[in-house]
Design a protein around this ligand. Structure first.
Ligand SMILES: C[S@@+](CC[C@H](N)C(=O)[O-])C[C@H]1O[C@@H](n2cnc3c(N)ncnc32)[C@H](O)[C@@H]1O
Length: 241
């Protein structure tokens, strides 16, 4: 078990976060559904709806985890193929089992790859997505620059990430759930002493909203937008190259 040491600064811990996902890979999908009350399915659907409408698009999904995003995006008729990359072998293994079960291996491929240093050539993908992954990168700006580098001209980057609700009663209730209930239930049922406490720290530390759209613009993206979902618990950021 790869317990992450609480004494180490968050930025340093993020370098090793994929090891934590190795540990929780087997329970990740079911705990996700329980802890988000199933809303995560709706959030991933919003990424599919925001895809460009052009023909035969090829998508690179980063921090792909157990492949829930590729499985959702391949439902769009204009998507030709998807490559999902992640640093956690455990998450990729679970993802590959799901792809086999759902007979999707001809259209979706998974592999090992660092979002901050992509093993991918310049200007080769129509769309790059990352969902609930970029806040785990040790350097999320580098992650955005890498997305920009691998996109073709006019390509689209889509980032789904947790954010904090701005309306105060909702924010208070959410923070109480997020700081106390979610870490307790998550750590208990994943069998990991620290994973879901780490999750809440990365969310509160993340530069969401205007701060993140500024980073996207600085990384080279144009027409950058942020769409808060479910009272602002999550936000979908979109930018074009
Ligand atoms: C919360 S999961 C999200 C998985 C999936 N995208 C989803 O929506 O369910 C975060 C994922 O980010 C991956 N990850 C963390 N740091 C990474 C990095 N530097 N490069 C690529 N993946 C990374 C973890 O291994 C983990 O699978």
């Amino acid at each position: 078990m790869n317990e992450i040491n609480n004494q180490i600064p968050l930025g340093e811990r993020k370098k090793e976060s994929f090891r934590l996902f190795d540990d929780i890979a087997q329970t990740y999908d079911s705990l996700n559904k329980v802890l988000s009350f199933g809303i995560d399915i709706y959030w991933r659907r919003q990424i599919r709806k925001a895809l460009p409408k052009t023909d035969s698009i090829e998508i690179l999904d980063l921090a792909t985890g157990t492949a829930d995003v590729p499985i959702e995006l391949i439902k769009a008729k204009n998507v030709k193929r998807i490559l999902g990359l992640d640093l956690s072998e455990g998450m990729i293994k679970v993802g590959n089992e799901k792809l086999k079960e759902q007979k999707l291996t001809d259209k979706i491929t998974l592999g090992i790859g660092d979002g901050c240093n992509l093993p991918v050539e310049d200007q080769t993908w129509d769309v790059a997505t990352v969902s609930f992954g970029i806040r785990n990168y040790p350097d999320c700006f580098k992650g955005l620059q890498e997305m920009h580098r691998v996109l073709k001209p006019n390509g689209r980057a889509m980032v789904m990430e947790f954010s904090l609700p701005s309306i105060w009663p909702v924010r208070m209730i959410y923070l109480a759930y997020f700081r106390y209930i979610l870490p307790f239930v998550g750590n208990l049922f994943s069998g990991h002493g620290d994973a879901y406490s780490y999750l809440n720290k990365t969310v509160e530390d993340f530069p969401y909203g205007d701060e993140f759209t500024s980073l996207m613009t600085k990384a080279g993206f144009a027409k950058v937008s942020a769409r808060p979902l479910t009272f602002g618990i999550a936000t979908l950021y979109i930018g074009d190259k």
